[in-house]
Write a protein that binds this ligand. Structure first.
Ligand code: S3P
Length: 449
């Protein structure tokens, strides 16, 4: 898991109108949580629509290592025979989470209040990412972490033998941190409370309730106060994983910039903690119809009909950042095709994702002839209009799937093709990206390098 194969250089070229239907795979965030909560429940959890990307497969392997029985029955159809809250066994070997920040952080939370020890590692990207944001609150439960400098992986976590409940205010708007604390709180007696200033994705809260935990969310002084009753008996569930709105962003954005495009992307989440990109695109003048609003797998969804549009640059409201945090790379790519500048503020969390995404986008956009402004917490893209983006650059993806896909989208409408040094990481979240985009009419190919 921690190594990727030989680099896969890829190139995307100006394409004719995109058309057809894009059936997006399952949501990555929800897939990780379904496996973890299934493993912490009593009985057999059935999951359909599971994302079979490398990140989630890593979490499936980890749940096996902690003693759950995880079985694949067919495409996206998995079962998890859980061990119950506090029932994790000690893994016999190092847990390798590959590229998956969500995987490793949620799993650390889930084991932190059991009297077991586990060592975690990951690929070169994950080994650079901050883990102190997780191990600090887990220490309050009584867990001890021994990692490299800066709390980085490889890291050994000694779970608390006698955990105490915790009241924790999130220092950063992070659903991963929130979820790790809630998962740890499951095996602590009494009430664990997480306070968040800015709303972040709420899949853990929704799913914990679905598995039978008692969890209450109240608003106090403009903050969300999430209270979980410890030591519930979680009961196995059927989980239908909805499609991933973060993956849907790539064909949607591609269709907006390729002239004449008209595509349908069914079942895209409209969960307000995830749909910031779609609100932003509409403000930029995108022609997106939200058809057949309904509920799927406990999430509000709609079918998106997307037609090519003349976009205008906007200032993205800072308070929207958490609801579109994974979508800034592709937004930055298509902002180059807008009239006027697109200002993205309050985005410093992008610096600690799979790569420093502000830097990766800035360098790649510059290589493609686009003017940008960059600060620690800011990225501005100066739009060049529908036909005005030169392209022609080779962009470094730094083991980051979303950087890779963002630049492949950009090349579909730029004057010269856009290349990336390595498309390998795309398989972590969107293994069918290439054939799906090709099926819509996009010219995306593997190149000789
Ligand atoms: C995720 C939360 C976000 C997001 C990541 C998935 C999750 O990270 O970037 O891709 O599933 O909880 P942060 O919580 O660090 O913002």
């Amino acid at each position: 898991m921690s190594g990727h194969g030989a680099p896969i250089p890829m190139i995307s070229r100006k394409s004719g109108p995109l058309s057809g239907t894009a059936a997006i795979p399952g949501d990555k965030s929800i897939s990780h949580r379904a496996l973890i909560l299934g493993a912490l429940s009593i009985g057999r959890t059935e999951v359909t629509g599971l994302l079979e990307g490398e990140d989630v497969l890593g979490t499936a392997a980890a749940m096996r290592a902690f003693g759950a029985e995880v079985t694949r029955h067919g495409q996206g159809h998995w079962t998890v025979q859980g061990v119950g809250t506090g029932g994790f066994a000690e893994p016999a070997d190092v847990i390798d989470c590959g590229n998956a920040g969500t995987g490793v952080r949620l799993i650390m939370g889930a084991m932190a209040t059991s009297p077991i020890t586990a060592t975690f590692t990951g690929d070169a990207s994950l080994r650079k990412r901050p883990m102190g944001r997780i191990t600090d609150p887990l220490a309050l439960f009584g867990a001890r972490a021994h990692g490299r400098s800066g709390g980085r992986l490889p890291l050994t976590l000694v779970g608390a033998a006698d955990p105490v409940p915790v009241r924790y205010t999130l220092p950063v708007p992070s659903a991963q941190v929130k979820s790790a604390v809630l998962l740890a709180g499951l095996n602590a007696p009494g009430e664990t409370v997480v306070i968040e200033h800015e709303p972040t994705r709420d899949h853990s809260e929704r799913m914990l309730r679905g598995f039978g935990a008692v969890l209450e969310v109240t608003r106090e002084n403009g903050q969300s106060v999430i209270t979980l009753q410890g030591q519930p008996e979680l009961k196995a569930q059927s989980v239908a994983v909805p499609r991933d709105p973060s993956s849907a962003a790539f064909p949607v954005c591609a269709a907006l910039i390729v002239p004449g495009s008209d595509i349908l992307v069914p079942g895209v989440s409209q969960n307000p903690t995830r749909n910031g990109l779609y609100t932003t695109l509409v403000e930029m003048g995108a022609d997106i119809a939200f058809e057949n609003p309904r509920e799927e797998g406990g999430e509000p969804v709609a079918d998106l009909r997307v037609r090519a549009s003349a976009l205008k640059g906007i200032e993205v409201p800072v308070e929207r950042a958490a609801s579109m945090i994974d979508e800034y790379p592709v937004l930055a790519a298509i902002a180059a095709f807008a009239e006027g500048k697109t200002v993205m503020r309050g985005v410093k969390e992008l610096r600690v994702k799979e790569s420093d995404r502000i830097d990766a986008m800035a360098r790649g956009l510059e290589a493609c002839g686009v003017t940008i402004e960059e600060e620690q917490d800011l990225l501005v893209v100066h739009g060049m209009g529908q036909d005005g983006v030169p392209g022609g650059g080779t962009c470094a993806t730094h083991l980051d799937h979303r950087i890779a896909m963002a630049f492949m989208v950009m090349g579909l409408a730029s004057q010269k093709p856009v290349s990336i040094d390595d498309g390998n990481p795309i398989a972590t979240s969107f293994p069918i990206f290439e054939p799906m985009m090709q099926g819509l009419g996009a010219t995306i190919e593997r190149s000789a390098g």
